[in-house]
Design a protein. Structure first.
Ligand code: ZN
Length: 279
């Protein structure tokens, strides 16, 4: 009798523990729903005080700061693309409400206005650079937040602060010509030629980054968000673990590596704060 009661007690305790485990896990990772961790990504470009320059891709430092305050007050924590990769591949956790701030094209004014704000709010940001823009910068000449780009020296300093992650926005595909729109396939181009073209351009910037910064990008950011059906497989083959699009929406990050491709982003123009699309 005593043995039976004891056994029953053990079974009941075991059942209680089993029932408790998922509850504890849910509490720790409350942002994880059955379809993944919700990760909004915001797309910025230039940050300038000049009122005449403001527009779809240019916000003021005050607007950027108000976004940061809003996100902080709403309980968001900024992460890098690498943090998503570590979550998917390396078993690392994400904060309860992750958000990613991305800045495309590598403007010098990011150094000027973004970095001090990142330090002030202890936030992280991702800058996606264009190789030809960086190569054209000459640190010995006068440089201006209105039109200069980050030099390799600037980027080296930014990475060392720990607040910035640098990603690949192509070496020389950030342009629309009569025959090609960004990284899109040309009309009538063979798959082999398209693959060779993407490889030579994108890997040129990867190699430059390794030479100048000692690190390679883990994500490719499509210039203008332009891509073809064939782009994704080619870029994956090059070793990129994530790609960023310009399609708007919230990402759901699961343990499936496929979820890191064609990540969605919200463009944040002048006069439309993040509060209008992130709650
Ligand atoms: Zn761009």
């Amino acid at each position: 009798m005593f043995y039976t009661v004891k056994l029953k007690t053990v079974i009941i305790i075991a059942l209680i523990i089993c029932a408790l485990v998922p509850v504890v896990a849910c509490a720790v990772t409350s942002a994880v729903s059955s379809d993944g961790v919700a990760v909004p990504i915001i797309m910025y470009h230039s940050v300038l005080k000049n009122q005449r320059r403001l527009g779809k891709y240019v916000v003021t430092p005050d607007e950027l700061e108000s976004d940061m305050k809003y996100l902080r007050d709403k309980g968001y924590t900024t992460v890098f693309i690498q943090d998503l990769i570590d979550y998917v591949y390396n078993g690392k956790t994400l904060p309860e409400k992750p958000v990613i701030l991305t800045f495309d094209d590598g403007y010098y004014n990011n150094n000027y206005y973004l970095l001090p704000l990142l330090k002030k709010y202890d936030m992280k940001a991702v800058i996606s650079i264009v190789g030809t823009f960086a190569d054209a910068e000459d640190e010995t000449k006068t440089r201006n937040p209105n039109f200069s780009y980050l030099s390799w020296g600037d980027m080296d300093e930014l990475i060392k602060t720990g607040y910035i992650e640098i990603q690949n926005h192509s070496y020389d595909m950030h342009k629309i010509t009569s025959s090609r729109n960004g990284a899109k396939m040309r009309k009538g181009e063979s798959l082999a030629d398209y693959e060779a073209f993407l490889n030579s351009d994108i890997m040129k910037l990867q190699n430059l980054m390794e030479e100048k910064l000692g690190c390679k990008a883990t994500a490719f950011v499509y210039p203008f968000g332009a891509y073809s059906r064939e782009s994704s497989d080619i870029i994956k083959k090059m070793g990129f673990l994530a790609t960023l699009s310009c399609t708007e929406g919230v990402n759901k990050i699961t343990k499936d590596p496929q979820c890191l491709y064609m990540l969605k982003r919200y463009n944040r123009p002048h006069n439309k704060s993040v509060a209008s699309f992130i709650k």
